[in-house]
Design a protein around this ligand. Structure first.
Ligand code: ATP
Length: 433
């Protein structure tokens, strides 16, 4: 299945409303994608699971939401303006353009070795702010969310009264004019990141780096990705950014090979020092207890929403047979599943509808709930399996008498009769379990 797994997931994603090609009625637009009704739920659940693990359940991390447009000096200080480039080569024969570090000495398309010299290609999207398009009005769309955290370091320190070790987390859109976007939502020019900068006393950098590598790996495991599909890959010394003393990628075994899901980097005091230099503001911590003053070191786990959605979908995709019929199923973790439960009246008859709708309304107040009364019950189960819905609740004619319904489990296919009055509790318990 591995070879065409990507194709199957892409096709399911389109068919079921997870991901649509952007501007599709105009022929699409350069590797941009839109999230449909199921996709937006999955995306929110991924981001919510991250926020929960990184912010809500901890007392040493707070969140922010910084602007996408920032003062251009930010990108001078961070080094992005000078160095945020990819080496680019053109094939003189077929005119295709490639990232020099991703190909050998021949064009992957036509095989020609007549390639141009590599030249730097700037990855930041440029725009103009205000009515005049001149050099003074140039601004950039942020290529990472991290800088919004660094420039707010002093504000957050003061407002939150945290002290190192503590972190600032942020989720949001970033933009990179990638030369070779592709593999569906794995690499796009507009994408969403989930980043956290963890500020620590300088001598504690290495131990927190190890800690965050493990934490971040476990996050994916806890959300249902099998351990053997994940690995931590430490960067070789020549791969490291000049300021980093350690970087490891959390990688997923994509159908096209191991690929980065998330990077965890020890960025030392590089960013705060640079912003201090360029802004003239002191970005340091003064420990009143010890009288010590220092620029904290930073450990950064930086994840991508689209990349992890892709990994969650690939890991969840399965095909099996039920009652002699093929079925496609997404074994998504209940926390990530777009709908937690679907209410399916056995028949469309008027007699069943009021109770079924009432059950759905009760569930909806607590869980993302779908309601489906069209076509045969078998087909409706399969639709929910494909959407990854963990539980289906069937309302039948007996329900009118016994005020009970049947819960069907997506993975075990077990069916249990449950009184309507216990339904919310029962589903809650199963989702938690
Ligand atoms: P790559 O080497 O794959 O280009 P990167 O090392 O440049 O990635 P980082 O700068 O470390 O990526 O960004 C952190 C995370 O943001 C990545 O692990 C990835 O999940 C996500 N990300 C980065 N670029 C893209 C992109 N073009 N499309 C989707 N997600 C991205």
């Amino acid at each position: 299945m591995a070879a065409d797994l990507t194709e199957k997931v892409v096709s399911l994603a389109k068919r079921r409303g997870f991901v649509f090609p952007s501007s599709e009625i105009y022929g699409g637009f350069r590797s941009t994608w839109d999230y449909g009704p199921l996709g937006v739920l999955l995306k929110r659940n991924v981001m919510e699971a991250w926020w929960r693990a990184m912010v809500q359940e901890r007392d040493d991390i707070v969140g922010i939401d910084a602007a996408i447009l920032m003062a251009p000096r930010v990108w001078e200080a961070s080094g992005h303006l000078a160095t945020f480039t990819d080496p680019l080569v053109d094939c003189r024969n077929c005119k295709e353009r490639w990232r020099a570090d991703q190909i050998g000495d021949a064009c992957p398309k036509c095989g020609s070795k007549d390639l141009t010299e590599a030249r730097p290609f700037h990855l930041m999207f440029k725009t103009h702010v205000g009515p005049v398009e001149d050099a003074a009005s140039v601004a950039y769309l942020r290529p990472e969310t991290a800088q919004g955290i660094f420039v707010n370091f002093a504000n957050v320190l003061q407002a939150s009264r945290k002290k190192p070790p503590f972190g600032i987390a942020q989720q949001g859109k970033s933009f990179r004019n990638e030369i070779t976007p592709g593999n569906f939502i794995f690499r796009t020019r507009e994408f969403e990141q989930m980043e956290m900068e963890f500020f620590v006393p300088p001598d504690q950098g290495p131990q927190w780096f190890e800690y965050w590598c493990q934490q971040r790996l476990n996050w994916y495991v806890n959300l249902g990705i099998p351990k053997d599909k994940l690995r931590l890959r430490p960067h070789d010394p020549e791969e490291l950014s000049h300021y980093s003393t350690g970087t490891a990628d959390v990688e997923f075994d994509y159908p096209w090979g191991w690929g980065e899901l998330e990077g965890v980097a020890n960025r030392t005091n590089y960013d705060l020092t640079k912003h201090s230099e360029f802004s003239g503001e002191k970005l340091e911590y003064f420990d009143q207890a010890t009288g010590e003053r220092y620029v904290p070191h930073v450990i950064e786990p930086a994840a991508g929403v689209g990349r992890s959605m892709m990994a969650f979908l690939l890991a969840a995709y399965d095909e099996d047979e039920v009652g002699g019929e093929a079925r496609t199923i997404l074994h998504l973790h209940p926390k990530l599943a777009p709908y937690k439960v679907a209410v399916l009246p056995l028949s469309k008859k008027d007699t069943l509808t009021p109770l079924a709708k009432q059950v759905a309304a009760t569930l909806r107040a607590r869980f993302a709930t779908d309601y489906d009364e069209t076509q045969s019950i078998g087909r409706r189960y399969r639709r929910q399996d494909e959407a990854g819905t963990p539980f289906c609740v069937t309302v039948d004619f007996e329900s009118l008498d016994d005020q009970a319904v049947t819960i069907r489990d997506r993975d075990t296919l077990a069916q249990d009769r449950v009184p309507v009055e216990n339904l919310v509790q029962e589903i809650e318990a199963r989702l938690e379990g």
